[in-house]
Design a binder for this molecule. Sequence first.
Ligand code: AMP
Length: 477
Amino acid sequence: MCGIIGVIGHEDVSSEIINGMTTLQHRGQDAAGVVMFNGNFRLKKGNGHVNEVFKDIDFKTLKGNCGLGHVRYSTLGSTDAVDAQPIAVNYPYGLAMVHNGNVINFKELKKTLYEEHHRLLDTSNDVALILYTFASELERKDLKHLKVDDIFDTVQEVQRKVKGAYSALTIIAKRGILAFSDPYGIRPLVMGKKYTDQGVVYAFASESSTFDYLGYEMMRDLRPGEMIFIDNNHHVYERIGEKKQQAFCVFEYIYFAREDTKIHNRLVATERVRMGKKLAETFKETGLQPDIVIDVPNSAYFFASGLAENLGVPYRRGLAKNYHMGRSFITPNQEAREKMVKQKLNPIKDIVQGRKIAVVDDSIVRGTTSKRIIKMLRAAGAKEVYFVSASPPIKYPCIYGIDMSVKKEILASNYEISEIAHYIGADAVVYQKLEDLQELYKDLPICHACFSGQYPTGVTKEILEDIEREKMESNRV
Ligand code: AMP
């Protein structure tokens, strides 16, 4: 999972891009990078948070009226800075790209790129597969008289060849900026605009909260298979390319996106309250009577408040959080993650002592977080602890960019709910029901592959094995 931003304006937009990237920081903290176009590409990227990577930046070296930014959460591939995004090529055309998502048929694409186009990859980042496929297809066009239709035909060919989830932004040197989505619209991408004295400025970003901060008016979400090209004269062209039924990643609402972001006209905070309220129905079936509902900060707050409201039980903040730590899951391996949970959370004793507590988190994946939290709550005197997961049991790996590890490490793919309760030390575990989640999203077709194993793009056993192998090899579990 990653965050992306692209802007095409009239004067230098580099500081706007970097500032915008800080609002996407929750989407990835491994690396950050920017490419600006000003007759030439200017590229700067490195490992770490946006503020670290761009701490000593001399803006004179990074100017341009058009640029792209990326924050990285590596799911596959190495965590080396050279494998960060953006990446650029000069042949057959000056092109630079960022993307958010995950390419699944990487083996096949690598082979085709080499055998048919004599291109070797010089990075393990899957954006290279998209960019090189795009470049190879573009090469077939009349580059001297490149038309917008040629660009769109090229994207459409990419959509046919590249399988997986991708929301991508591309600078086409001296021509403009291009945004496109995979045929299923799995990952979010929104378009916005604002007016300056020089005229209209357009931007694309993974989340609408970036626009709130930068003062853009939110225009709309990209649709499945859609491509939008904005030329240097700020004319906007659109086409729907390869299109399938949408399969928007519901985990964006559950965990990933910021609460003040709107995707597909739904505010994330409101979605979480709705899910929390729905959870109350399942919770009531257990007959359990908690004294208070608490959340695992931060992403679970809205679920917890919705659950508490519908249970008629007070909500309290029962865990204090050290806000200066990153997200524990977005750390590249298990050892680092375990250490981080301890550093990050501490029970608020008077709130939890002697009480029966329903503690809500967005999900249980390996059980690392829940196990530690329950241990802490008991040590602080909690009488009983019911662990509530806002998402249904995660049983299958995500192959579209959310790092959920390999199947053998995913708790619910190997154990029943009662065994999970025992493993994490809870008096009970309550999960959202998949059918309830589907009911909440009957107007927006969602990807629920991590709960159901139904991968919308289709996937072969071989591809699943390839992905698992890559994860193991790149020490991602
Ligand atoms: P685990 O400790 O392995 O059970 O993971 C669950 C915790 O990690 C929860 O507290 C979530 O907030 C967080 N989380 C779950 N899934 C993800 C993900 N794919 N990426 C980042 N964080 C996640």
